[in-house]
Design a protein around this ligand. Structure first.
Ligand SMILES: Nc1ncnc2c1ncn2[C@@H]1O[C@H](COP(=O)(O)OP(=O)(O)OP(=O)(O)O)[C@@H](O)[C@H]1O
Ligand SMILES: [Mg+2]
Length: 291
């Protein structure tokens, strides 16, 4: 069965899609058969891996007009597959609102291919609405990409409260795999403080790999390529390669020591309060921890 991971943050532009594309590409390069599911009407994931939003996609699947297998397609990376999206998906948010079990559509759509992949990564829009709820219900784990800035912390409690609600009612197996820092700029004091504070509070639930701000990561999607095919030597590529190893290590699929050796550490003495004090640490499942 695939390990299904959803990437959630209601804040826009924090690196969700960039993380899904590049983490997925490196999982595939490391031998994990990986399916990327674009569940955002913006369809940035679709165009970012060179897919076309003009063809049938996930909207047609959730609205019963197509089978998942009919819309699923390969990408330029071997072992990496895409379920595309398009602006039509925004209609689904309206159509699903009145439906019974409106949050289970994506889970039902993915059920038929669960056995064919090692990883299924779901990209969500910047909201905690019906599309993101479908993602949370379909997934085993949540990863929260967090930009290293002050406002990022303010939204964190809300995400975790939403995850908690889903855990209690709709998806009891859901776990928070962790927080991934994105667009880290070591030159800014604030970025360092955000990393230190969040790491102090969430401890091993923070991925040790930190994704730096790197212009090559922002250029790659305009060529319809994951960074591994655009500039595999750049620091952004190396960070996502390390993140893929770390994620696999956290599942026990490869030795944790190998993953941790490759990951860049979120070094720094803990300071202060994380700004997410209402969050219960019990939200974080223990089963995937290596520490
Ligand atoms: N590490 C990085 N370094 C430099 N630019 C980045 C990095 N990560 C993402 N970007 C750029 O920042 C912008 C936002 O990233 P991305 O689209 O991945 O965020 P998102 O959270 O998916 O946004 P949305 O909420 O709109 O879906 C994009 O232009 C992307 O190319
Ligand atoms: Mg996005």
């Amino acid at each position: 069965m695939a390990r299904t991971v959803v990437f959630v943050n209601q804040k826009g532009g924090v690196g969700k899609t960039t993380t899904v594309i590049n983490l997925g590409a490196y999982l595939a390069l490391q031998g994990e058969r990986t399916l990327l599911v674009d569940f955002d009407p913006q369809a940035n994931l679709t165009s970012g891996v060179g897919g076309s939003a003009a063809k049938k996609g996930i909207y047609e699947v959730v609205s019963g007009q197509a089978e998942l297998r009919d819309v699923l397609r390969p990408t330029k990376v071997e072992g990496l597959f895409l379920v595309p999206s398009s602006i039509d998906l925004s209609g689904a948010t309206v159509e699903l609102v009145d439906k019974e079990d409106r949050n289970g559509y994506l889970k039902r759509a993915l059920a038929e291919v669960q056995g064919e992949y090692d990883y299924i990564l779901i990209d969500c829009p910047p909201s905690l609405g019906v599309l993101t709820l479908n993602g949370l219900v379909a997934a085993d784990e949540v990863i929260i990409p967090l930009q290293c800035e002050y406002f990022a912390l303010e939204g964190l409690s809300l995400i975790l409260q939403t995850v908690s609600l889903v855990q209690k009612s709709m998806n009891t197996r859901l776990k928070v795999a962790g927080i991934v820092f994105t667009m880290y700029d070591a030159r800014t004091k604030l970025a360092q403080e955000v990393v230190q504070q969040v790491t102090e509070y969430f401890k091993d639930r923070v991925f040790r790999t930190i994704v730096p701000r790197n212009v090559r990561l922002s250029e790659a999607p305009s060529h319809g390529l994951p960074v591994c095919l655009y500039d595999p030597a750049c620091i952004g590529a190396k960070s996502y390669e390390a993140l893929a190893l770390e994620l696999r290590g956290r599942n026990g699929r490869i030795a944790a020591s190998a993953a941790m050796g490759a990951a860049t550490g979120a070094a720094g003495a803990p300071v202060g309060h994380a700004g997410a004090g209402r969050v219960e640490p019990s939200l974080f499942g223990e089963s995937n921890s290596q520490e």
